[in-house]
Design a protein around this ligand. Structure first.
Ligand SMILES: C[S@@+](CC[C@H](N)C(=O)[O-])C[C@H]1O[C@@H](n2cnc3c(N)ncnc32)[C@H](O)[C@@H]1O
Length: 268
Protein backbone atom coordinates (compact mmCIF):
# COMPACT_ATOMS: atom_id res chain seq x y z
CA UNK A 1 0.00 0.00 0.00
CA UNK A 2 1.21 3.54 -0.83
CA UNK A 3 2.26 5.89 1.96
CA UNK A 4 -0.47 8.25 3.06
CA UNK A 5 -0.13 11.85 4.10
CA UNK A 6 -2.29 14.19 6.11
CA UNK A 7 -3.00 17.42 4.17
CA UNK A 8 -4.33 20.36 6.15
CA UNK A 9 -5.38 23.48 4.23
CA UNK A 10 -5.19 26.65 6.30
CA UNK A 11 -6.80 29.86 5.10
CA UNK A 12 -4.31 32.69 5.68
CA UNK A 13 -2.62 35.68 4.06
CA UNK A 14 0.42 35.28 6.32
CA UNK A 15 1.85 31.75 6.00
CA UNK A 16 5.04 32.61 7.94
CA UNK A 17 2.97 33.63 10.98
CA UNK A 18 1.08 30.28 10.92
CA UNK A 19 4.35 28.34 10.59
CA UNK A 20 5.87 30.33 13.47
CA UNK A 21 2.89 29.37 15.67
CA UNK A 22 3.39 25.69 14.79
CA UNK A 23 7.09 25.92 15.60
CA UNK A 24 6.48 27.76 18.88
CA UNK A 25 4.08 25.01 20.01
CA UNK A 26 6.91 22.48 19.56
CA UNK A 27 5.11 20.54 16.78
CA UNK A 28 7.24 18.83 14.13
CA UNK A 29 7.78 20.98 11.00
CA UNK A 30 5.36 20.14 8.17
CA UNK A 31 5.93 19.92 4.44
CA UNK A 32 4.42 23.21 3.30
CA UNK A 33 3.22 24.93 0.18
CA UNK A 34 1.56 28.32 -0.09
CA UNK A 35 -1.06 28.69 -2.85
CA UNK A 36 -0.80 32.46 -3.06
CA UNK A 37 -3.65 32.93 -5.56
CA UNK A 38 -6.01 31.12 -3.20
CA UNK A 39 -4.71 32.37 0.17
CA UNK A 40 -4.18 28.78 1.32
CA UNK A 41 -1.26 27.32 3.21
CA UNK A 42 -1.15 23.53 2.71
CA UNK A 43 0.58 21.55 5.46
CA UNK A 44 1.65 17.96 4.81
CA UNK A 45 2.46 15.36 7.49
CA UNK A 46 3.10 11.60 7.34
CA UNK A 47 -0.16 9.92 8.33
CA UNK A 48 1.39 7.48 10.87
CA UNK A 49 0.88 9.79 13.86
CA UNK A 50 -2.45 11.11 12.61
CA UNK A 51 -4.23 11.52 15.98
CA UNK A 52 -1.23 13.10 17.65
CA UNK A 53 -0.66 15.51 14.71
CA UNK A 54 -4.32 16.56 14.60
CA UNK A 55 -4.42 17.06 18.38
CA UNK A 56 -1.29 19.23 18.18
CA UNK A 57 -2.63 21.31 15.30
CA UNK A 58 -5.99 21.84 16.99
CA UNK A 59 -4.12 23.61 19.83
CA UNK A 60 -2.49 25.99 17.33
CA UNK A 61 -5.07 26.56 14.58
CA UNK A 62 -8.58 27.93 15.04
CA UNK A 63 -11.60 26.08 13.62
CA UNK A 64 -12.30 29.00 11.24
CA UNK A 65 -8.76 28.92 9.81
CA UNK A 66 -8.86 25.28 8.73
CA UNK A 67 -10.43 25.01 5.27
CA UNK A 68 -10.04 21.27 4.78
CA UNK A 69 -8.33 18.25 6.33
CA UNK A 70 -7.83 15.01 4.45
CA UNK A 71 -5.60 12.08 3.52
CA UNK A 72 -3.66 12.04 0.24
CA UNK A 73 -0.98 9.99 -1.47
CA UNK A 74 1.39 12.96 -1.73
CA UNK A 75 2.43 15.33 1.07
CA UNK A 76 1.36 18.39 -0.95
CA UNK A 77 -1.01 19.09 -3.86
CA UNK A 78 0.56 18.17 -7.18
CA UNK A 79 0.02 19.98 -10.47
CA UNK A 80 -2.34 18.03 -12.74
CA UNK A 81 -2.37 17.51 -16.49
CA UNK A 82 -5.20 16.17 -18.66
CA UNK A 83 -6.19 16.25 -22.32
CA UNK A 84 -9.41 16.45 -24.31
CA UNK A 85 -8.69 15.72 -27.98
CA UNK A 86 -5.87 18.04 -29.04
CA UNK A 87 -6.37 20.34 -26.01
CA UNK A 88 -3.88 19.86 -23.16
CA UNK A 89 -4.68 21.41 -19.78
CA UNK A 90 -2.39 22.20 -16.87
CA UNK A 91 -3.86 22.70 -13.39
CA UNK A 92 -1.22 24.33 -11.18
CA UNK A 93 -0.69 23.35 -7.55
CA UNK A 94 1.25 26.52 -6.81
CA UNK A 95 2.54 29.07 -9.29
CA UNK A 96 4.14 26.62 -11.71
CA UNK A 97 4.43 27.51 -15.38
CA UNK A 98 2.68 25.31 -17.97
CA UNK A 99 4.69 23.66 -20.75
CA UNK A 100 4.43 25.27 -24.21
CA UNK A 101 1.05 24.50 -25.80
CA UNK A 102 -0.69 23.69 -22.50
CA UNK A 103 -3.71 25.65 -21.29
CA UNK A 104 -3.19 26.95 -17.75
CA UNK A 105 -6.42 26.44 -15.80
CA UNK A 106 -7.29 27.38 -12.23
CA UNK A 107 -10.86 26.72 -11.10
CA UNK A 108 -10.95 26.92 -7.35
CA UNK A 109 -13.72 29.54 -7.15
CA UNK A 110 -15.69 28.67 -10.27
CA UNK A 111 -17.18 25.74 -12.21
CA UNK A 112 -14.98 24.59 -15.09
CA UNK A 113 -12.20 22.28 -13.91
CA UNK A 114 -12.68 20.12 -17.01
CA UNK A 115 -13.57 17.08 -14.93
CA UNK A 116 -17.34 17.36 -15.28
CA UNK A 117 -18.94 15.48 -18.21
CA UNK A 118 -20.94 18.57 -19.30
CA UNK A 119 -17.69 20.50 -19.86
CA UNK A 120 -15.92 17.57 -21.51
CA UNK A 121 -18.85 17.06 -23.90
CA UNK A 122 -18.67 20.74 -24.93
CA UNK A 123 -14.94 20.43 -25.49
CA UNK A 124 -15.42 17.31 -27.60
CA UNK A 125 -18.04 18.97 -29.81
CA UNK A 126 -15.89 22.10 -30.03
CA UNK A 127 -12.84 20.17 -31.25
CA UNK A 128 -14.97 18.13 -33.68
CA UNK A 129 -16.68 21.21 -35.12
CA UNK A 130 -13.62 23.39 -35.41
CA UNK A 131 -12.14 22.06 -38.62
CA UNK A 132 -15.55 22.39 -40.33
CA UNK A 133 -16.87 25.62 -38.86
CA UNK A 134 -13.54 27.39 -37.99
CA UNK A 135 -15.29 30.14 -36.04
CA UNK A 136 -13.57 33.52 -35.93
CA UNK A 137 -15.82 34.88 -33.23
CA UNK A 138 -17.09 32.90 -30.22
CA UNK A 139 -19.35 33.75 -27.28
CA UNK A 140 -18.84 31.63 -24.13
CA UNK A 141 -22.10 32.19 -22.24
CA UNK A 142 -21.70 31.13 -18.58
CA UNK A 143 -17.93 30.90 -18.81
CA UNK A 144 -17.10 29.76 -15.24
CA UNK A 145 -13.29 29.35 -15.18
CA UNK A 146 -13.18 30.30 -18.87
CA UNK A 147 -12.21 26.78 -19.94
CA UNK A 148 -14.34 26.84 -23.12
CA UNK A 149 -13.27 30.37 -24.11
CA UNK A 150 -9.60 29.48 -23.62
CA UNK A 151 -10.03 26.31 -25.65
CA UNK A 152 -11.79 28.14 -28.50
CA UNK A 153 -8.98 30.71 -28.62
CA UNK A 154 -6.31 27.98 -28.58
CA UNK A 155 -8.09 26.24 -31.44
CA UNK A 156 -7.91 29.45 -33.47
CA UNK A 157 -10.86 31.74 -32.64
CA UNK A 158 -9.67 35.33 -32.98
CA UNK A 159 -12.25 37.16 -30.86
CA UNK A 160 -13.91 35.52 -27.88
CA UNK A 161 -16.41 37.08 -25.50
CA UNK A 162 -16.82 35.25 -22.17
CA UNK A 163 -19.63 36.22 -19.77
CA UNK A 164 -20.80 34.99 -16.39
CA UNK A 165 -23.24 36.36 -13.84
CA UNK A 166 -21.01 35.20 -10.94
CA UNK A 167 -18.27 37.74 -10.10
CA UNK A 168 -15.99 35.01 -8.69
CA UNK A 169 -16.12 33.20 -12.04
CA UNK A 170 -15.37 36.45 -13.88
CA UNK A 171 -12.30 37.02 -11.66
CA UNK A 172 -11.04 33.49 -12.13
CA UNK A 173 -11.63 33.49 -15.90
CA UNK A 174 -9.72 36.79 -16.18
CA UNK A 175 -6.85 35.29 -14.17
CA UNK A 176 -6.72 32.29 -16.53
CA UNK A 177 -6.90 34.48 -19.65
CA UNK A 178 -3.96 36.58 -18.41
CA UNK A 179 -1.90 33.52 -17.44
CA UNK A 180 -2.41 32.11 -20.94
CA UNK A 181 -1.50 35.48 -22.49
CA UNK A 182 -4.81 35.56 -24.36
CA UNK A 183 -6.03 38.98 -23.17
CA UNK A 184 -5.73 40.26 -26.74
CA UNK A 185 -8.30 37.74 -27.96
CA UNK A 186 -10.62 36.99 -24.99
CA UNK A 187 -12.72 39.59 -23.19
CA UNK A 188 -14.33 38.45 -19.92
CA UNK A 189 -17.34 40.41 -18.66
CA UNK A 190 -19.94 40.06 -15.93
CA UNK A 191 -23.31 39.46 -17.51
CA UNK A 192 -25.42 37.14 -19.58
CA UNK A 193 -26.77 37.13 -23.14
CA UNK A 194 -27.12 40.92 -22.92
CA UNK A 195 -23.29 41.15 -22.84
CA UNK A 196 -23.30 40.42 -26.59
CA UNK A 197 -24.97 43.80 -27.19
CA UNK A 198 -24.90 44.31 -30.97
CA UNK A 199 -22.08 41.81 -31.62
CA UNK A 200 -22.77 38.68 -33.69
CA UNK A 201 -20.86 35.39 -33.34
CA UNK A 202 -19.99 32.34 -35.45
CA UNK A 203 -20.32 30.08 -32.41
CA UNK A 204 -22.01 30.30 -29.01
CA UNK A 205 -21.00 27.89 -26.22
CA UNK A 206 -23.58 27.46 -23.48
CA UNK A 207 -23.02 24.91 -20.72
CA UNK A 208 -25.88 25.87 -18.39
CA UNK A 209 -28.74 24.24 -16.52
CA UNK A 210 -31.95 23.16 -18.28
CA UNK A 211 -33.96 26.02 -16.74
CA UNK A 212 -31.50 28.71 -17.85
CA UNK A 213 -31.00 27.10 -21.25
CA UNK A 214 -34.74 26.83 -21.91
CA UNK A 215 -35.05 30.57 -21.24
CA UNK A 216 -31.95 31.67 -23.19
CA UNK A 217 -31.70 29.24 -26.12
CA UNK A 218 -34.59 30.75 -28.16
CA UNK A 219 -32.77 34.14 -27.92
CA UNK A 220 -29.39 32.79 -29.07
CA UNK A 221 -30.13 32.90 -32.85
CA UNK A 222 -30.34 36.68 -32.36
CA UNK A 223 -26.61 36.85 -31.50
CA UNK A 224 -25.45 34.45 -34.25
CA UNK A 225 -24.09 35.39 -37.65
CA UNK A 226 -25.83 33.73 -40.61
CA UNK A 227 -24.78 30.07 -40.62
CA UNK A 228 -23.55 30.28 -37.01
CA UNK A 229 -23.90 27.43 -34.53
CA UNK A 230 -24.47 26.90 -30.82
CA UNK A 231 -23.17 24.12 -28.58
CA UNK A 232 -25.46 23.50 -25.62
CA UNK A 233 -24.62 21.30 -22.66
CA UNK A 234 -25.79 20.78 -19.09
CA UNK A 235 -28.85 18.69 -20.01
CA UNK A 236 -29.56 15.02 -19.43
CA UNK A 237 -30.26 12.63 -22.31
CA UNK A 238 -33.89 12.53 -21.13
CA UNK A 239 -34.22 16.31 -21.59
CA UNK A 240 -33.33 16.22 -25.33
CA UNK A 241 -36.93 16.65 -26.51
CA UNK A 242 -37.65 19.37 -23.95
CA UNK A 243 -34.69 21.51 -24.99
CA UNK A 244 -35.24 21.03 -28.73
CA UNK A 245 -38.90 22.01 -28.35
CA UNK A 246 -37.71 25.52 -27.37
CA UNK A 247 -36.03 25.93 -30.80
CA UNK A 248 -38.23 24.08 -33.33
CA UNK A 249 -36.28 25.43 -36.35
CA UNK A 250 -32.91 24.14 -35.11
CA UNK A 251 -30.95 21.56 -37.09
CA UNK A 252 -28.93 19.11 -34.96
CA UNK A 253 -25.39 19.07 -36.42
CA UNK A 254 -23.86 16.68 -33.89
CA UNK A 255 -24.50 15.27 -30.47
CA UNK A 256 -22.41 13.59 -27.77
CA UNK A 257 -23.36 11.82 -24.56
CA UNK A 258 -21.50 10.77 -21.43
CA UNK A 259 -22.75 9.36 -18.13
CA UNK A 260 -26.35 10.34 -18.92
CA UNK A 261 -25.40 13.91 -19.97
CA UNK A 262 -26.06 15.23 -23.46
CA UNK A 263 -24.50 18.05 -25.49
CA UNK A 264 -25.87 19.22 -28.83
CA UNK A 265 -24.40 21.30 -31.64
CA UNK A 266 -27.25 23.19 -33.33
CA UNK A 267 -27.62 25.45 -36.36
CA UNK A 268 -30.65 27.63 -37.13
C1 LIG B 1 -22.09 24.64 -15.56
S1 LIG B 1 -21.14 26.09 -15.38
C2 LIG B 1 -20.20 26.04 -16.89
C3 LIG B 1 -18.80 26.61 -16.74
C4 LIG B 1 -17.91 26.37 -17.95
N1 LIG B 1 -18.42 27.09 -19.11
C5 LIG B 1 -17.80 24.90 -18.26
O1 LIG B 1 -18.29 24.49 -19.33
O2 LIG B 1 -17.21 24.16 -17.46
C6 LIG B 1 -22.36 27.34 -15.69
C7 LIG B 1 -21.87 28.76 -15.46
O3 LIG B 1 -22.89 29.64 -15.94
C8 LIG B 1 -23.08 30.72 -15.05
N2 LIG B 1 -24.46 31.16 -15.27
C9 LIG B 1 -25.62 30.67 -14.74
N3 LIG B 1 -26.68 31.33 -15.25
C10 LIG B 1 -26.20 32.25 -16.12
C11 LIG B 1 -26.81 33.22 -16.96
N4 LIG B 1 -28.12 33.40 -17.00
N5 LIG B 1 -25.99 34.00 -17.72
C12 LIG B 1 -24.64 33.86 -17.68
N6 LIG B 1 -24.01 32.96 -16.89
C13 LIG B 1 -24.79 32.16 -16.13
C14 LIG B 1 -22.76 30.12 -13.70
O4 LIG B 1 -22.36 31.16 -12.81
C15 LIG B 1 -21.63 29.14 -14.02
O5 LIG B 1 -20.37 29.75 -13.88
Amino acid sequence: MKDQFLQVKVRTTDPEEVLARIKKAGLSPPHRRYLSGEGLLVLGYPAENLDETLRGLSRVLSFEEVEETGLAETPLPEPERFSVGPLRFFVPAEDETPAPGEIYLRSTLSFGSGRHPTTRLCLRLLTELFPEVAPETVFDLGCGSGILALSAARLGAQRVLAADIDPRAVGEARHNVEKNELSGRILVVRGSLDAAALARFDLVLANLTIGTLSALLPEIPGVLRPGGAVIVSGISTGQRGEILSTVPRAEVLREETEEGWLALALRF
